[in-house]
Design a protein around this ligand. Sequence first.
Ligand SMILES: Cc1cc2nc3c(=O)[nH]c(=O)nc-3n(C[C@H](O)[C@H](O)[C@H](O)COP(=O)(O)O)c2cc1C
Length: 188
Amino acid sequence: MNVTHSEFRKALGCFSTGVTVITVDEGGEVHGMTANAFSSVSLDPPLVLVCVGHQARTHAHLQAKKRFGVNVLAADQRAISEYYARASESHKHAEEAGARFDRTSHGTPLLHGALAYLECRLHSAQDAGDHTIFIAEVEDVMVREGEPLLFYRGRYRNIGEELPTTAGGEQDNPADASADRMVRDRKR
Ligand SMILES: Cc1cc2nc3c(=O)[nH]c(=O)nc-3n(C[C@H](O)[C@H](O)[C@H](O)COP(=O)(O)O)c2cc1C
C-alpha cells in the first residue's frame, strides 16, 4: 500500500506527544532544536532516542559534539518551541522568546523553566530514511513540578484532566516493568 506524505503526517499527528528542545553547545553558543520524535529506549542502562532530520543543523552538531541536552517543555514554553522550530533562526533572539540557559558541568545548555532535563552522551547513531536515530545514554536528570506542553494533530495543547483510577490501579509501561524485572534479577 502506498502512503502519501500527507496521510503519513496525519496518522502520526494522532499520536500526541510532549515537546522537547534538544540543546547542544556550539563553540560557546547555544544551539537548540524543537523535537517531539523523542522516546525512552532502555532503563538499564538508561537510554533515550531522538530522530533528527539530515537537513537540520542540529544533525551535524550532534555528530560533532556527541553530547546534548533534552529539555522537556512546560506548558508556558510554547514560544520557545516555536522559536527553535524555525530553520532560518540564528538563535540571537532566544531571550525574546523567553529562553534562558545555564550550563551543566559538561557544558551542555540547560533551559530555564523546563519540566525535565536529561544530560545525554551519544551511544550510537543509525540512519533511517531522511532522519538519523541518535541513541544516547542519560548521565543526569533534573525534574521539576509543573504541566507539560503537548503537541497533537499539528497543534499545541495543554494537558487535560487526570482520569479516575480504575480497579486495576495504575498502569505501568510494560517496557519499564520488564526492565525493572531485569534490574531486580541482576541484583539477586
Ligand atoms: C512540535 C515540533 C516537533 C518537531 N520535532 C522534530 C523532530 O523530532 N526531529 C526533527 O528533525 N525535526 C523536528 N521538528 C522540526 C525542527 O524543529 C526544525 O526543522 C528546526 O528548524 C531544525 O533546526 P536546526 O536546523 O537549527 O537544527 C519539529 C518541529 C516542531 C514544531
